[in-house]
Design a protein around this ligand. Structure first.
Ligand SMILES: [Zn+2]
Length: 213
């Protein structure tokens, strides 16, 4: 993931209740004027499963990611039929040799995943989107997904050079009224993030001067 696809982060066996991806990676593709990223999902097989079934499983990751791949461990190359099946379905192929050397044989087309599932998957990797600049950043580690952000505390975010998480109460209640989300009483799950860069370079300019002394 890191060497070939230039992913800045990756996980194995990561997913939601609907299914789990064997490998997930995230990479920057936005050029120098945006923080756009792509999520890459890979299904890994040992070369023994029926090919179209395995391909369908990889294709299902479209709901989570922008590019989907089937990686197969095998001594021989993919056959012409297999290449045709993969390109008809619209999945990429990665050949894994017996010595565990990976080669991208067919590129995956670009897909628009379901936004909510993509963001939930990335949150499992402790990665969130900054609502100010749009880039994706690390919010914590495996033990504490919000280790590198403060809870609605801009002053501490500046002091400790962290990002920030905050909760959208009005939106949470609007969704709760219609039964879309589960905001209840004093609890809402409706949450957003701001990255450390936006805090230390933009928001810092509008806070009282004694905050930054
Ligand atoms: Zn930002």
């Amino acid at each position: 993931m890191k060497r070939h696809f230039k992913c800045f982060d990756s996980r194995i066996n990561c997913g939601l209740k609907y299914s789990r991806c064997d490998v997930v990676g995230i990479r920057d593709v936005g050029g120098e004027l945006s923080g756009e990223t792509e999520t890459i999902c890979i299904e890994v097989k040992r070369g023994t499963e029926p090919f179209a079934t395995a391909s369908g499983q990889a294709l299902g990751y479209r709901v989570y990611g922008n590019r989907v791949y089937l990686a197969d461990v095998r001594a021989n190359k993919f056959s012409n039929d297999e290449l045709a099946i993969a390109s008809t379905l619209g999945i990429g192929l990665i050949h894994i040799s017996k010595k565990m050397h990976c080669t991208e044989v067919l590129s995956s087309p670009y897909y628009n995943p379901m936004t909510r599932l993509n963001l939930l998957l990335l949150q499992r990797m402790a990665i969130a989107q900054c609502r100010l600049c749009g880039t994706f950043f690390r919010t914590g580690d495996e033990n504490n997904r919000n280790k590198f952000v403060t809870r609605e505390n801009l002053k501490n975010a500046i002091k400790y050079e962290k990002g920030m998480i905050f909760w959208n109460w009005d939106l949470g209640q609007r969704k709760a009224k219609l039964g879309i989300e589960h905001t209840k009483g004093t609890t809402t799950w409706e949450r957003r993030y701001i990255c450390p860069d936006c805090i230390s370079r933009v928001l810092i300019q509008i806070v009282p001067s004694d905050w930054t002394e």
